[in-house]
Design a binder for this molecule. Sequence first.
Ligand code: GDP
Length: 304
Amino acid sequence: MILLSGGTGTPKLLQGIRRIIPDEEITVIVNTAEDIMVSGSLVSPDVDTILYLFSGALDISKWWGIRNDTFHTNNALKKLGINEKLMLGDADRATCIFRDVLMQKGASLTEATLSLSVALGIKAKILPMCNEKVDTMIKTPEGVLHFQDFWVDSHGNPEVLDVDITGIKKARLTKEVLDALKLEDNIIIGPSNPITSIGPILALKGIKEILMTKKVIAVSPIIGNSPVSGPAGKLMSAKGYPVSSNGVVRCYGDILDIMVIDDRDAAKEPDFGLKTVRFDTIMTSVEKSENLARNILKLFRDIS
Ligand code: GDP
């Protein structure tokens, strides 16, 4: 099973998937367009969330960072007058240092992530979507902000005029992603942000053509006219998509075989033009994630 993932909605679904499929049989292709340098270290927030999910260390009260991490370095830096863009815990920073050391010796982001997986005892394959630097830039009336400045620093408050994924045209599908896609037919696009998490993955040259040949099921992160959490609505509007499950379908184009929307969603199926299935998609517990995962996995049998 392959999942395309950001750092909140799809990891919730992965909690359930892991109760059904062994980690060895799971590959996650992870967004890297929110990566950012913090105090000289590369932070790859979505990749790290997935790493910590599989290593069992993830703080699932926040869906980022390591449970019970300390913040001594972050606080010491504050005393020196440095306010870091992201709250980086001490153990979380160790992950970044591990990655930096390997990358400074010439490893790619993918190689460093695979080494981290081994060091953390992870059996799933966690693959950054690409090795090149790609940035999500948010155009606001006051100027262009990096996604992390928009979301963390400005709390997602500025009006959004446009979203640009810089560097994406030069980014290439990695050998590891291509090899994984060759071996697997069943793909889940988890309930992640269609513009800033799934959008960059689908914008990689050649991936849509490959996904057209696969069985692809997507789960909507939007219920009715609002995302379950986060800025997806604002960003979809800025890109000209309706904020609805139908808008999510339009973002993904014709790669989908089945769209999973929430029981509570009033969207009408004919809008979709593809098979639509309704489940309870709000994952407020691992049990709910497992139920949703079980329902989704059964659907693959229905796709010819
Ligand atoms: P990010 O990288 O932290 O932005 O996280 P993702 O892109 O992976 O996930 C954010 C999206 O997940 C948001 O658009 C939410 O609406 C969606 N989401 C979060 N929790 C749930 C849930 O329990 N169910 C569904 N259907 N969507 C969710």
